[in-house]
Ligand binder design. Structure first.
Ligand code: HGY
Ligand code: MN
Ligand code: MN
Length: 419
């Protein structure tokens, strides 16, 4: 019987990502929002693959994180724990590697260790975080915040576009909302957390590098704005007498772009812009828009936000528009731990790849875990110009294969530092 040769690890991981992408909330593209049937199917697949890979324990926690533990000694708790992971939810019409690569790759690494009968000198935990993007309920990092014992219970009352509260969505999926703050990870033993993630940008691609070390993660603030003008007849209301909420919003969008073009890594985006219940022949009385402002430095970001607050107030005053604002996320810029950045650099060099460090403009679960342990990240090259949060997001099997080898080298060198 010819032996069935498994595809190389990199290809296997891509095939897993393809299988997860078959589960979507939308028939024509990949959307996997928190606690939908597609989301639950993905969680079940991750748990199955963890068991098949040889993890000693696999569990679903109170918010839907899928946690696999590969123990130093089966049946015992080692003195220390090292964790890795990322999120398995997606944005709307997103890519299949954002988050998921950071769960699937370490599962494949453990499968290799288990197949070789090798154990690490610490318990090694791979976490599929249930929610990071904030797509369904607005709150972000729901999985990693619960894992580190910092879950904001107020989010349980947030409702989705259909008016379903998060607590009801949890119950519907068989979870008990009362447990979300009593089921944190084993953070007292957590010595280090690392995250492998696609770069979601063009830097590694432009430099011809398969992987890179993350120096720091940009801090972000997200806000929801409601501009309240006056609805009126599109045909009979003279232009000079209007309080058009959409025109005010248009000025706000351009003010965000103008202020955030000042550089130093500052970025600003209005990703959602809506005239609720709008009609063609009615002057927009209300307009809702989102604001996402980030920078590698919190003071730089907050100075931009202060300027925008003043400019938005002036726009609304001049146009006779009311404004309400809700801040739904604020995460500080997060430095990656120098000691583990060096271990990643050495692991990359050991595989013959030039070492390049780069900041992350995207947010990651590592920002939340950094509240309780030192964190580090490895980026994997993105194809298609580095596009992400887009179905064109892509990586190659070769790069993923190399990233898995580098991760294994990193893990073994980390083990030597923690012995
Ligand atoms: O928005 C972000 O940076 C991440 O993809 N959630
Ligand atoms: Mn994302
Ligand atoms: Mn991500």
């Amino acid at each position: 019987m010819p032996s069935i040769s498994l595809p190389p690890r990199g290809e296997r991981i891509l095939r897993w990502a393809d299988a997860l992408a078959l589960h979507s909330d939308h028939p024509e593209h990949l959307t996997c929002a928190y606690m939908t049937p597609a989301h639950r199917a993905v969680a079940a697949m991750l748990a199955t693959w963890m068991r098949e890979a040889g993890f000693d324990d696999v569990r679903h926690d109170a918010v839907g994180n899928v946690i696999g533990r590969y123990r130093a000694v089966p049946g015992q708790d080692a003195a220390r724990l090292v964790a890795t992971g990322s999120h398995y939810d997606t944005v709307r019409n997103g890519g299949r590697y954002d988050g998921r690569l950071g769960i699937l790759l370490p599962i494949a690494v453990v499968a290799e260790l288990h197949a070789q009968g090798r154990r690490l000198p610490f318990d090694f935990e791979v976490v599929g975080f249930a929610e990071e993007e904030g797509l369904r309920f607005g709150g972000t990092f729901l999985g990693s915040s619960a894992y580190v014992g910092r879950f904001d219970s107020a989010v349980l009352d947030r409702t989705d576009a259909a008016g379903i509260a998060m607590c009801d969505a949890l119950r519907e999926a068989g979870f008990d909302p009362a447990r979300v703050n009593t089921d944190a990870g084993d953070i007292a033993r957590l010595a280090h957390y690392f995250e492998v993630h696609i770069e979601q940008g063009p830097v590694l691609l432009d430099r011809g590098l398969a992987v890179g070390v993350v120096s720091a993660i940009a801090g972000g603030v997200r806000r929801l704005l409601t501009l309240q003008g006056q609805a009126g007849h599109a045909g009979t209301t003279p232009m000079g007498l209007r309080h058009d909420a959409a025109c005010a919003a248009a000025e706000v969008v351009l003010a965000v772009e103008r202020r955030c073009q000042r550089g130093d890594g500052l970025v600003g985006t209005v990703g959602r812009l809506e005239v609720p219940d709008g009609s063609i022949n009615v002057i927009p009385g209300r307009c809702q828009l989102s604001l996402d402002v980030r920078a590698p430095d919190d003071a730089l970001r907050d100075a931009a936000l202060a300027d925008l607050d003043a400019e938005i107030a002036a726009i609304c005053h001049r146009r006779g528009i009311g404004m309400a604002m809700e801040e739904i996320m604020r995460v500080p810029a997060t430095p990656c731990a120098p000691a583990q950045r060096s271990l990643w650099s050495a692991a990359i060099a050991a595989h013959g790849v030039p070492v390049h460090e780069l900041p992350s403009g995207a947010g990651h679960d590592a920002m939340m875990v950094a509240k309780v342990a030192p964190v580090s990240m490895l980026f994997v090259r993105c194809g298609n110009g580095g596009v992400s949060h887009n179905p064109l997001e892509t990586v190659t099997g070769e790069d993923v294969q190399l990233a898995a080898q580098v991760t294994e080298t990193f893990l073994l060198s980390l083990a030597r530092t923690l012995e």
